[in-house]
Design a protein around this ligand. Structure first.
Ligand SMILES: Cc1cc2nc3c(=O)[nH]c(=O)nc-3n(C[C@H](O)[C@H](O)[C@H](O)COP(=O)(O)OP(=O)(O)OC[C@H]3O[C@@H](n4cnc5c(N)ncnc54)[C@H](O)[C@@H]3O)c2cc1C
Ligand SMILES: NC(=O)c1ccc[n+]([C@@H]2O[C@H](COP(=O)([O-])OP(=O)(O)OC[C@H]3O[C@@H](n4cnc5c(N)ncnc54)[C@H](OP(=O)(O)O)[C@@H]3O)[C@@H](O)[C@H]2O)c1
Length: 247
């Protein structure tokens, strides 16, 4: 089996600041929403590869990857130079367990992301599964500045399609807005602001959570949820929380 599938960049979208998304055409094995592939480029004669979550739903093409350029680091400064027609390499088989098949049944699904970790949740929300399995879905996107609240069109389309069952909660930590929660997700859990905004409670019996992004946010959020009697889900020791760290 070939280690890499060769793909072709269809387009590159610049959202704002250092935030971009790449649309790629390639022949990959089927994946489950929430999973990731690796993107790779030859840099100074060596393949440099990093994991990226699919933002597109499994039945959508082209593949869509949302990323932040981190200047001075190996791959992302190269990714943002790509344009239509350029070659890019991908692992043919997806990986990862941030998928709904790893989440036990419940009433309410909470998806908590920082930064680019919004991506896997959009992929999941564009499938039928969350709407078949949960009565209510809450998507929480935490960013430093309001301009980093990307993919609003897709989020609004989800809100329109699933009116009354879907709540989007933006969290903006480094500027004041009149629409987002301020501060950080763990504090908004501890002081009840997140539940107030969503209009539903966080309880071990009703809530199932998927948490993705900055590893410190993931750890602090799990801690805040543990204080409320929830715990990490493991196949042999069922709980309510599934996590994925981006670094
Ligand atoms: C399972 C998994 C899925 C991932 N999916 C995505 C994705 O969909 N989009 C994406 O942008 N990144 C994603 N990442 C991170 C990605 O693989 C790269 O690490 C990142 O794009 C930076 O690559 P780099 O080579 O430029 O720098 P690296 O050397 O890989 O990272 C340098 C440093 O940048 C910081 N960093 C890394 N990724 C991020 C990020 N996304 N946001 C903020 N700071 C970061 C960390 O401090 C890290 O140590 C994922 C990582 C994992 C493990
Ligand atoms: N964006 C920039 O201007 C900039 C500049 C230099 C470097 N970088 C690089 O880019 C990365 C930043 O990317 P990013 O802004 O997408 O991600 P980020 O730093 O993970 O911030 C995204 C959101 O997560 C919050 N957060 C951070 N730590 C948390 C914790 N322990 N608990 C709960 N929430 C937490 C942040 O709040 P807070 O705002 O309170 O931290 C912010 O609201 C950094 O890792 C750095 O390497 C970015």
């Amino acid at each position: 089996m070939n280690k890499w599938a060769e793909g072709t960049v269809v387009s590159q979208k610049h959202w704002s600041g250092q935030l971009y998304s790449l649309q790629v055409e390639a022949e990959l094995a089927p994946f489950e929403a929430g999973q990731f592939t690796k993107l790779a480029l030859a840099v100074d004669g060596e393949m440099v590869a990093r994991p990226y979550s699919f933002v597109n739903a499994p039945n959508e093409k082209p593949y869509d990857f949302y990323y932040l350029v981190l200047p001075g680091n190996p791959l992302t400064p190269q990714l943002c130079k790509l344009g239509a027609g350029d070659a890019i390499y991908l692992t043919p088989h997806a990986s990862g367990f941030l998928t709904l098949s790893e989440v036990p049944p419940g009433e309410h699904l909470w998806l908590l992301a920082t930064g680019t970790a919004l991506g896997p949740f959009l992929s999941i929300l564009k499938t039928e599964a969350p709407w078949q399995r949960f009565e209510r879905v809450v998507l929480v996107h935490a960013v430093r500045h309001a301009a980093e609240l990307c993919y609003q069109e897709q989020i609004q389309a989800l809100a329109a399609k699933h009116a009354g069952r879907f709540t989007f909660v933006p969290v903006v930590s480094r500027e004041k807005t009149d629409f987002a929660l301020g501060g950080r997700i763990p504090k908004a859990i501890a002081d009840g602001q997140l539940e107030a905004r969503a209009g539903i409670g966080l309880t071990a019996s009703s809530s199932r959570l998927m948490v993705c992004g900055n590893p410190e946010m993931v750890a602090d959020t799990v801690h805040a949820l543990q204080e409320r009697g929830l715990k990490r889900h493991r196949r042999r020791d069922p709980g309510q929380i599934a996590v994925e760290n981006y670094w």
